[in-house]
Write a protein that binds this ligand. Structure first.
Ligand SMILES: NC(=O)c1ccc[n+]([C@@H]2O[C@H](COP(=O)([O-])OP(=O)(O)OC[C@H]3O[C@@H](n4cnc5c(N)ncnc54)[C@H](OP(=O)(O)O)[C@@H]3O)[C@@H](O)[C@H]2O)c1
Length: 340
């Protein structure tokens, strides 16, 4: 049994963490922090199962949280996690950061895409990118996990087997992804008002979304060459879920049978990745509220392109579920504990 705390528990990923952890047989929750809602009961803010916890939000007290926790989840906006992560780490605590603050290894990339200096570049190097399907062993031995972004999770899982096998041209990747509104968190921005997004479909941050360097960093590592991709996110009028359609060019002969076998083998030890039967494609409704990533494959011989479609729930496999999967690995629990 371990004790965990959530910093930034009033947000959507914080809410999802509470919900999952309440059902986890090996976890007790200590502190749930919020600066805005400190003193309020959790149920006054969070609707649904997260509100079942009989606790109040507390103002963050680093010493108290560290003293009472084996692991701390941070679910804060980027830029706000850097310092508390470093402080908890210094106190010898295990940390899982859901923000982007410890994902990019190159601090100049962080500065370029997030407009911020990284104050802990050495710690950045110690952080393990928390995608268990690729870094399982590293995560098991890590004290600091940088939980991946939601779009990167869907895109990286979608093309990793091809790049690892040198199949297709990694630099031809075009990823077109659609996300539900909860991907933006609880923030108040008019683009996310019901009247703005209901019955609407928009592309945003075209050619400049902050998840681009994260996806490129990881795909470059897998393929052992520098990969540059095109990525366009879209906002769709649903609460949660991401569907990514990814195109990649190939030369010569590639059959769907071969590709499908490569994916099945690559993910044979990945309990949360489902490769769908050949030429069938995932739908968001099948994975919502689960930690699964479903993948559908097609080889388009007419255009010499492989088409990969992936679905995840942005708040589960794209955030809090994946964080719990990482926690399970860090503490030697069954990888699926609390998530099935
Ligand atoms: N939503 C997703 O699908 C998703 C997926 C993957 C990763 N993420 C990442 O996970 C992190 C949390 O996302 P979220 O969707 O849960 O966001 P959210 O709903 O906006 O919640 C953000 C949390 O951070 C706190 N916060 C806000 N502004 C702050 C500030 N200036 N200083 C300190 N704390 C502040 C808020 O708490 P107070 O009550 O204290 O104001 C709230 O608890 C973000 O970095 C996000 O990029 C989100």
């Amino acid at each position: 049994m371990i004790t965990v705390s959530i910093v930034g528990a009033s947000g959507y990923t914080g809410r999802e963490l509470i919900k999952i952890l309440l059902k986890h047989p090996q976890v007790k929750i200590a502190h749930l922090t919020s600066e805005t809602y400190k003193g309020k009961r959790i149920s006054e803010l969070h609707k649904g199962p997260a509100g079942f916890i009989d606790k109040r939000f507390e103002k963050l007290n680093i010493d108290k949280v560290a003293q009472d926790s084996d692991l701390i989840f941070l679910a804060l906006p980027h830029g706000k996690s850097q310092k508390p992560v470093a402080e908890f780490f210094k106190k010898g605590k295990k940390v899982i950061d859901l923000s982007a603050d410890y994902r990019l290894k190159d601090k100049s990339l962080y500065k370029r895409w997030y407009g911020l200096e990284h104050s802990y570049p050495r710690l950045l190097q110690r952080a393990v990118y928390g995608l268990p399907e690729i870094y399982k062993e590293e995560i098991k031995n890590s004290s600091l996990v940088a939980n991946p972004g939601c779009y990167p999770t869907g895109v990286i899982l979608g093309v990793a087997p091809l790049l690892a096998h040198g199949l297709g041209d990694g630099n031809s990747i075009i990823a077109d992804a659609k996300s539900g509104v909860s991907g933006a968190g609880r923030r108040l921005d008019s683009a996310y008002y019901f009247s703005e997004c209901h019955e609407n479909l928009t592309a945003y941050n075209v050619g400049k979304h902050r998840h681009i360097p994260e996806i490129e960093q990881e795909l470059s590592k897998i393929s052992k060459e520098k990969i540059t991709i095109s990525f366009t996110p879209h906002l769709v009028p649903m609460d949660r879920g991401i569907l990514s359609t990814i195109y990649l060019n190939f030369e010569g002969k590639v059959s769907l049978d071969r590709i499908w076998t490569v994916y099945k083998k690559y993910y044979r030890k990945a309990p949360f990745v489902k490769i769908l039967p050949k030429a069938t494609f995932p739908e968001v409704k099948n994975i919502v509220e689960t930690n699964f990533c479903e993948i559908g494959l097609m080889v388009d011989k007419r255009t010499n392109r492989i088409i990969i479609i992936t679905t995840i729930d942005n708040l589960v496999k794209g955030a809090s579920g994946q964080a719990v999967q990482n926690m399970n690995l860090m503490f030697g629990f069954k990888e699926t504990e609390g998530l099935l």
